[in-house]
Design a protein around this ligand. Structure first.
Ligand SMILES: [Zn+2]
Length: 114
């Protein structure tokens, strides 16, 4: 595996998605079976492709983005907004009503309901 990316959290999730789709497809017939079976192979193929990829930086970035999304799903106390000017992500506490947010990067101010 020299020079190859190997596995990461994202790959584990893709692989498990493939396995679960495969298991569900066993209970289906016709098109439903075919589509899930195909998707499960696509997932496993994708996971393999990522594991053997030489573009380690790209794969690393994908995993980072994936972990960011997971963080946000788990984070129930905050909301995330993109700055209207520079697209910088801003995290604000939830349930404060209308608040003025100032972007930490470009200092743009915008009002959002949280
Ligand atoms: Zn900004």
């Amino acid at each position: 595996m020299a020079g190859r990316y190997g596995t990461d959290k994202l790959n584990t999730v893709i692989l498990w998605t493939g396995v679960i789709l495969m298991l569900i497809s066993m209970f289906l017939e016709g098109w439903g079976y075919f589509i899930l079976w195909l998707l499960s192979y696509v997932c496993m193929g994708w996971a393999l492709y990522r594991a053997f990829s030489r573009q380690t930086y790209k794969r690393y970035q994908e995993n980072r983005r994936f972990l960011n999304v997971l963080e946000r799903i788990k984070d129930r106390d905050h909301r995330y907004y993109a700055c209207p000017k520079c697209r910088q992500q801003v995290r604000v506490p939830k349930g404060k009503g209308k608040i003025a947010i100032s972007c930490p990067k470009c200092k743009e101010k915008f009002v959002k309901k949280t």
